[in-house]
Design a protein around this ligand. Structure first.
Ligand code: GLP
Length: 241
C-alpha cells in the first residue's frame, strides 16, 4: 500500500485529480470506478477544471459507480445518479451511454447485479477505482463482515452508516436501509485503487486499514492485499498512523 499524506482536503483533492488525469491521458479509453459521498467532491471539481483547461478529454472514458441506494429513483436528489450528474457528468464531455450506476429501482435485483458485473468485465475491467471510506471501514457499501469474495449485491446498511449519511437527508427515517454495491471482489480486481480520506472522523478507520489485521470486520483492510493501492489522506485522517 502506498500512502501519501497531504496537508488538507484541498491538497488531497488536487493530488487525486492529477492521478486520475494522468490515467486518462495515458489511456484515453480508461475504465474508471467512481465513488460518491463528500470526500470525492473536491476531486470531481478539480477534474472539471482540468477538463475546462483542455487537459483531459472524457469522450472515450467509461465509468462504473460503486453503489446506489436501493429504491431511490435516479431523479431523487439523494440518489447517486443525481449526485454524479450534478457534480461531474454534466460538466465534462463524457458520453452518458458510457456511464454506469447500479439501478436502485430495479425489479430484479439478482439480474441487475449480475449484469453490472458482466458490464464491468465486457468493458475490460476497471483501470482505476476511486474509493472513499466509511468511519466503520466500509468501502462502497461493503459494510463490516462482508465476504471478501462478494460481487455486486444488495446490502443492508449499518446503523453507523445510516447515521453518518443522514446529514444529506431531511431526517434519518428517509435514509434508505439498503443499497446495491459492487463487492470487494469487483474492487480488488481493479488494476489500481485510489482511496481518499480527510478529517479526524476517518482516523480510526485509516489506522485499522493500514496497520490492522486483514479482516472482513474492517472491509478496507483488504486493500493491504492489493498490489497497486494508493491512499491519499490528509494530516487529520493520518493522525493515528
Ligand atoms: C457512503 C458511500 C461510500 C463513501 C462513504 C463515506 O457510504 N457509499 O462510497 O466512501 O459514504 O462518505 P463521505 O465521503 O461522505 O465521508
Amino acid at each position: 500500500m502506498k500512502i501519501i499524506i497531504v496537508d488538507d482536503y484541498k491538497a488531497m483533492s488536487k493530488k487525486a485529480a492529477i492521478i486520475i488525469a494522468n490515467q486518462i491521458i495515458l489511456k484515453p479509453n480508461s475504465v474508471l470506478g467512481l465513488a460518491t459521498g463528500s470526500t470525492p467532491l473536491g476531486t470531481y471539481n478539480e477534474l472539471v477544471e482540468l477538463h475546462k483547461e483542455g487537459i483531459i478529454d472524457f469522450s472515450q472514458v467509461t465509468t462504473f459507480n460503486l453503489d446506489e441506494y436501493y429504491d431511490l429513483s435516479p431523479d431523487n436528489t439523494n440518489s447517486y445518479h443525481y449526485y454524479m450528474m450534478n457534480n461531474l457528468f454534466q460538466y465534462i464531455n463524457i458520453d452518458l451511454e458510457n456511464t454506469n450506476i447500479p439501478n436502485g429501482i430495479t425489479e430484479d435485483i439478482d439480474k441487475e447485479c449480475e449484469s453490472y458485473d458482466q458490464k464491468i468485465i465486457q468493458a475490460g475491467g476497471l483501470d482505476l477505482q476511486l474509493l472513499g471510506i466509511g468511519a466503520n471501514g466500509h468501502i462502497g457499501f461493503n459494510e463490516p463482515n462482508i465476504k471478501f469474495e462478494s460481487k455486486t449485491h444488495l446490502v443492508g446498511l449499518d446503523e453507523k452508516t445510516i447515521n453518518d449519511n443522514s446529514r444529506f437527508f431531511e431526517n434519518k427515517e428517509l435514509v434508505p436501509k439498503k443499497a446495491i454495491t459492487m463487492g470487494i471482489k469487483n474492487i480488488m480486481q481493479a488494476r489500481s485503487i485510489l482511496l481518499l480520506a480527510s478529517g479526524i472522523d476517518k482516523a480510526d478507520a485509516i489506522e485499522k486499514t493500514v496497520h490492522g489485521s486483514i479482516t472482513p470486520k474492517v472491509p478496507a483492510s483488504v486493500l493491504q492485499l492489493h498490489p497497486n493501492a494508493t491512499l491519499i489522506i490528509d494530516k487529520l485522517a493520518a493522525s493515528k498512523l
